[in-house]
Design a binder for this molecule. Structure first.
Ligand code: SF4
Length: 290
């Protein structure tokens, strides 16, 4: 049998499951992966200070994605995401893994959906947030039912999914071991979230936090951005709401939902109806804010 062609590090080139184009695993920037926001020349942040500087200088959401998606500032997460991309799960052994930070997804930040971090064999494989795993199935179906997504499924980065009514952001962009980023990793990646919020503020109406980690990340970013956050700090819960006052005097609504993790959905802690209620409320609030 002829072995598959190799990349220049000796790893095999594997065909993308939708396009058939061969890629190394992990995928280099600018090599043609569907939705890759980074050119080969994108500057690479290798320290927390470099993340802070690049994030603060970003002038557009596109620039945030281009720079964040080549970031290497958290050594433990870089090693893990790339190790997973090289070894791959048996079911996906024949396809390339993205193995890089996942970019945000969506066209409008009117409803900003904030999750936790990409899954090792979900976003870290497909290169798109909430894509290719059960968590993605849940949240994308709910967004579609609320009119915020163009289709109810999210399978791979070339499936045509569009989010005209919202944007999804991960406060930690690299897959962490056991889905648990460290405090230092959370704080380093928070600078990319700060940039997202700064650039979203003019259109933002609603922030939907999926889980307590997202809730705390949003409140931290809001404070750093000079938004007025209620005191005492609003507590996370499924269906919890809080009002955040933006620098221009407008209010944005923060909504909480249990995270769409398999731990929550397979145990019934979060049902499809519970999720739909909160996502539909977010869509309605964004609509009413005009
Ligand atoms: S978690 Fe965030 S800050 Fe850390 S390497 Fe990934 S993208 Fe960079």
């Amino acid at each position: 049998m002829t072995p598959p062609p190799s990349d220049d590090r000796g790893g095999p080139l594997l065909p993308h499951p939708a396009t058939g184009v061969p890629f190394p695993s992990p995928v280099p920037p600018g090599s043609g992966w569907p939705g890759d926001p980074s050119p080969p020349s994108a500057p690479v942040a290798r320290t927390p200070a470099e993340v802070a500087a690049l994030a603060a200088a970003a002038g557009s959401p596109e620039q945030v994605q281009a720079h964040a998606s080549v970031c290497r500032a958290c050594p433990r997460l870089v090693a893990w995401r790339e190790e997973v991309a090289r070894t791959r799960r048996r079911a996906y052994a024949g396809e390339p893994y993205w193995g890089r930070p996942v970019p945000s997804l969506g066209e409008s930040p009117r409803v900003l959906v904030v999750g936790l971090a990409p899954a090792a064999h979900g976003g870290n494989r497909t290169g798109r947030v909430f894509t290719g795993d059960r968590s993605g199935d849940w949240i994308i179906a709910a967004l579609h039912a609320a009119g915020l997504a163009s289709q109810p499924t999210s399978v791979h980065a070339a499936d045509g999914l569009r989010l005209p009514g919202c944007r999804i952001v991960a406060p930690v962009r690299c897959a962490p071991p056991d889905n648990r980023p460290s405090t230092a990793e959370r704080d380093t990646c928070a600078r990319w979230l700060d940039a997202e919020l700064r650039l979203a503020v003019a259109e933002l109406r609603v922030v939907l936090a999926l889980g307590g980690f997202a809730w705390a990340s949003v409140l931290g970013a809001a404070r750093r951005a000079g938004w007025r956050v209620p005191r005492p700090q609003p507590r996370f819960g499924h269906g919890a709401q809080a009002e955040l006052l933006l620098p221009d005097g407008r209010a944005a609504r923060l909504l909480g939902s249990y995270h769409v993790s398999q731990q929550n959905t397979s145990t019934g802690r979060l049902t499809a109806a519970m999720l739909q209620d909160v996502v539909s409320a977010a869509a309605a609030l964004a609509e009413a804010g005009d």
